[in-house]
Design a protein around this ligand. Sequence first.
Ligand code: C5P
Ligand code: MG
Length: 190
Amino acid sequence: MLNIVLFGPPGAGKGTQAVFIKDAFGLIHLSTGDLLRSQIAAQTELGVKAKAFIDRGELVPDQVVIDMIGNQLAENKSAKGFIFDGFPRTVEQAKALDVLMDKNNTAVSGMLALDVEKQELINRLLERGKTSGRSDDCSESVIENRISVYNEKTAPLIDYYSAQNKYYAINGMGSIDDIAARLKDTVEGL
Ligand code: C5P
Ligand code: MG
């Protein structure tokens, strides 16, 4: 199986690029952010609880997203592989993903991290906020908080995957096509 963790701060282009990789390699795209937003839209109990965290730019508790991913893996038993977008976000989530993969006799193949300058992230998120309907993209203070949460809780995953020799830094600046080509080259080398 080919299991890719597509990594990077908010606005790095994970969702945009995940679609290309999914199509190129026949993978299932699992975006925890999209899954949470569909729960919010459906006004489920989980969605109502998650909304409070998302609106502030905070992380939803680990077990909530771990269970969501566990359910998705169970529902896609015959998949060729997965691309994880926006997950794991904490070391706790990364450990849980390793356990889930191991139970399915597979493993994370590589963690591809998109590097993008902070001002570019803010510009992209504010631009997306004009059309995304996402309240967390419209406020500069929420965006700042999301980037701080990334630096504090999510960036340590670089060390986690480096220790497993699975970390690949990708230049996330430039055109969507150029970035897609860099990612594709890296995935082909896994
Ligand atoms: O990945 P994305 O940027 O779409 O996530 C949007 C929001 O969903 C995050 O800012 C966070 O509030 C929440 N989220 C989370 N844990 C994850 C993924 C997303 O709390 N693993
Ligand atoms: Mg996204």
